[in-house]
Ligand binder design. Structure first.
Ligand SMILES: O=C(O)COP(=O)(O)O
Ligand SMILES: [Mg+2]
Length: 221
């Protein structure tokens, strides 16, 4: 039986890669540079998902006076440059590389829709040897809108050539974007959901990435 979805769009942080350890290291360098104390990884995990500017704003609000629109700019630049220069790739979650390859070999087109900036996302895909698997990549700064706006996701689906699509993510922004577009959504339970994962409203919650093809077959009927 052919695979029921012609394209699958993935979130990055908390879905494909466990980026919180690296983001914590880079963020703590920026916090230190601007005279702030460090955050724990557990704290940073609750701040990931709304893009880098929001991450930096939340980190500074949690460690002293919040940044205003003007002061956020040099801080954000420092964080983004340090992240881009960071040479250790984040870890893929177990089963991700093999499962993505198996889906691609079945002829499913794969896309990335992340709120992480595009140049950092592309660099990470390259370091993890995944670039060739993704037919379309949209970062949080690729379009004037980002998740939870459905246009971020529908742009990726369009770039992939359209057809029956599904979304795979780890937080409310992924579920909201998928609902806005009217496509099914799978939530990975190990990510950074910022609320009980069962309450995200996804069609299916999975603990293991390797279970994704089976879950999508069941969803697609
Ligand atoms: O907030 C971010 O930087 C990215 O998060 P996402 O990959 O889960 O969309
Ligand atoms: Mg995510």
């Amino acid at each position: 039986m052919p695979f029921p979805f012609s394209c699958i769009v993935f979130d990055l942080d908390g879905t494909l890669i466990d980026s919180a350890p690296d983001m914590t290291r880079v963020l703590n360098r920026t916090l230190g540079e601007f005279g702030r104390p460090a955050l724990t990884e557990a704290q940073v995990r609750t701040m990931v998902g709304d893009g880098s500017a929001n991450l930096v704003r939340q980190a500074f609000a949690a460690t002293g006076a919040p940044l205003d629109d003007e002061t956020v700019q040099p801080v954000l630049r420092h964080y983004l440059d340090s992240y881009f220069d960071h040479e250790e790739p984040s870890q893929l979650y177990p089963g991700v590389a093999a499962t993505l390859r198996a889906l691609a070999e079945e002829g499913v087109r794969l896309g990335l829709c992340t709120n992480k900036p595009e140049r950092i996302s592309r660099k990470l895909l390259g370091m993890l040897d995944l670039t060739d698997l993704f037919g379309a990549v949209a970062g949080g700064d690729t379009l004037p809108v980002k998740k939870p706006d459905g246009r971020h996701l529908s742009w990726v689906v369009e770039q992939l050539g359209g057809g029956r699509a599904a979304m795979v993510g780890d937080n409310g922004n992924d579920v909201k974007a998928a609902r806005a577009v009217g496509i099914p959504v799978v939530a990975m339970s190990y990510g950074y959901p910022r609320m009980p994962v069962a309450e995200l409203g996804a069609d299916v919650v999975l603990d293991h990435f390797a279970d994704l093809p089976g879950a999508l077959r069941a969803l697609g009927g």
